[in-house]
Design a binder for this molecule. Structure first.
Ligand SMILES: Cc1cc2nc3c(=O)[nH]c(=O)nc-3n(C[C@H](O)[C@H](O)[C@H](O)COP(=O)(O)OP(=O)(O)OC[C@H]3O[C@@H](n4cnc5c(N)ncnc54)[C@H](O)[C@@H]3O)c2cc1C
Length: 494
């Protein structure tokens, strides 16, 4: 039976898993899978999970698409990310904020043939400073004209459709403060790929720099019919994508756990199996804990996301999901490479490939350092609102910590002090994000999850929180001095 004709989700999910398993050799090639393989996969219809039923799609619940992406990431992180980009960053915003006639046309295309969508926001001079982008648009006779240069878009030159972020050019040539999003069909022309980048990982996803000179109808602006502002659309879309990150992380780390377990079972060193050494068991337990934490996030998302048609106000929790799960992806890949020894360094084996593939997750969709600073700042404002001065006081009053209050109160019983430097805010943000994670892991006790897994992940998070607390205490002593390192200065001084 063809995959796209399966209507029951559980049957589709199992068949999807089996089909991807058969493609394993293609996923492990150095340059990862080809466009032909990707087209074959798209023909199985995974993106229909982001297209409403009235347009022929299968969208019923975001959770089902998350499951599809979790499985994809188990076999190939680039594939999981490709589905994340096309589904969550293109199709879902179009289905929430696009004009009806435009939706009908674009969704029909996605249902008819293998198609991809992408999101163009970042520019050479504006990445983290996203609302400063200089791509501009003018409006004339019912048409929009967009000009600018974008870079580092996933699926550069490959996606059939794009959401393009631009700011309106005002009469005095200044740019309006707010960003708007426009749907654009690449085959219409006006998108010139000036350079294709040589990326460190995620080799199946092309990246590059694109010059834009686009002409499109005004109806292509997202929010055209609902009059929703571009800023709200930006926040809702970004938060929706950050809610999906734990899904990609859970699939990726689940695979690292499986690979590392098999490898350390079969590999003998000094006559013993690697898995019999205590330090090896410690690393394996860390990997398993990383997976449990991401699964706790997924469970939280699964409980809440369908009841939230608008995620604009869910930035705090979205930032926790994104920052912690992508940190864990990197830490787990790093540990898995270590466990695989020299074999971990093969570009065509999963650990080494995964290490390069997962690193940019800590950079895109909000650099993790900035997200942690924001997490701290938002909790700080909540502390002021609640009239408490210690993190322990915050923990007792805020629902995000509700399942781990006794543990967190004893860990965080100190006052914050004044004039906190940015570096300390980042570390405190990390502590708070891991404290929220601890509460979500403890909440798993209410579900049918083994106590051992919950205990293991809780100990792991407590260790992380304690390490960061010690980090926070010693931070100010690390200062960049004016000394310039000289070649062999250590020799001159000896
Ligand atoms: C693999 C990959 C995929 C991507 N996919 C897409 C995509 O599909 N679409 C798209 O539009 N863009 C995409 N991007 C771009 C990505 O969103 C940006 O790279 C990201 O927003 C960071 O911007 P930047 O590279 O300009 O870094 P910068 O803004 O120059 O920041 C560099 C670093 O400086 C630090 N920093 C920045 N600001 C501050 C501050 N205020 N305080 C303290 N430290 C700070 C942070 O550590 C940050 O990581 C992708 C990037 C990569 C690497």
């Amino acid at each position: 039976m063809s995959l796209s004709s399966i209507s029951d989700h559980a049957t589709y999910r199992d068949a999807w898993d089996q089909k991807l398993q058969q493609l394993e050799p293609a996923f492990r090639q150095v340059s990862s899978y080809s466009t032909d393989v990707l087209k074959e996969i798209l023909n199985w219809g995974p993106l229909s999970y982001c297209i409403p039923k009235r347009f022929g799609g299968r969208f019923e619940s975001s959770v089902e698409y998350h499951e599809i992406c979790e499985i994809a990431s188990y076999y190939s992180l680039p594939l999981g990310l490709t589905l994340g980009i096309s589904g969550t960053l293109f199709l879902l915003p179009l289905s929430l904020y696009g004009q009806e006639a435009l939706q009908a046309r674009v969704f029909a295309d996605f249902m008819k043939k293998p198609s991809l969508g992408g999101l163009m926001v970042t520019e050479p001079d504006f990445g983290t400073d996203v609302f400063g982008i200089q791509t501009s648009y003018t409006k004339n006779d019912g048409r929009i004209h967009i000009e600018g240069v974008k870079h580092w878009q996933g699926l550069t030159g490959l996606a059939d459709y794009w959401l393009v972020a631009a700011r309106r050019k005002l009469d005095d040539n200044r740019l309006a403060r707010h960003v708007e999003f426009f749907t654009y069909e690449a085959s219409t022309g006006g998108m010139e790929v000036q350079e294709v980048f040589s990326s460190l990982g995620l080799c199946s996803i092309p990246y590059g720099r694109t010059r834009l000179d686009l002409d499109l109808p005004v109806q292509n602006r997202l929010g055209y019919e609902s009059n929703m502002s571009g800023v709200r659309i930006a926040y809702d879309t970004l938060h929706r994508s950050r809610f999906q990150m734990p899904t990609l992380a859970a699939g990726f780390i689940r695979r690292l756990v499986d690979e590392s377990r098999v490898y350390t079972r079969d590999r003998k060193v000094f006559g013993n199996r690697l898995q019999d050494y205590d330090q090896v068991q410690y690393r394996l337990a860390q990997l398993q804990a990383g997976h449990t934490v991401c699964s706790a996030f997924c469970a939280n998302v699964a409980d809440s996301i369908d009841a939230k048609p608008d995620l604009t106000k869910d930035g705090l929790i979205a930032n926790v999901f994104k920052a912690v799960s992508t940190d864990l992806m990197f830490d787990c890949a790093h540990s898995s490479v270590q466990l695989h020894g020299a074999n971990g360094y093969h570009r065509d084996l999963l650990p080494g490939q995964g290490l390069a593939d997962c690193r940019p997750f800590m950079i895109f969709e909000g650099s993790n350092d900035i997200l942690y600073e924001t997490i701290y700042s938002v909790f700080c404002a909540e502390m002021q609102k609640a009239g408490v001065s210690s993190l322990a006081g915050l923990v007792k009053t805020h629902e995000l910590f509700q399942y781990a209050v006794p543990e967190l109160v004893s860990l965080l019983d100190f006052s914050l002090g004044e004039n906190i430097p940015q570096r300390k805010m980042v570390v405190l943000g990390r502590i708070l994000a891991r404290s929220v994670s601890l509460s979500m892991v403890q909440a798993l006790r209410e579900q049918d999850v083994s106590d051992d897994l919950v205990e293991n992940a809780s100990s792991f998070l407590v260790c992380e929180i304690e390490r960061e607390l010690s980090h926070a205490r010693h931070l100010p002593t690390l200062i960049l001095t004016d000394d310039q390192p000289q070649p062999s200065w250590w020799r001159m001084r000896s």
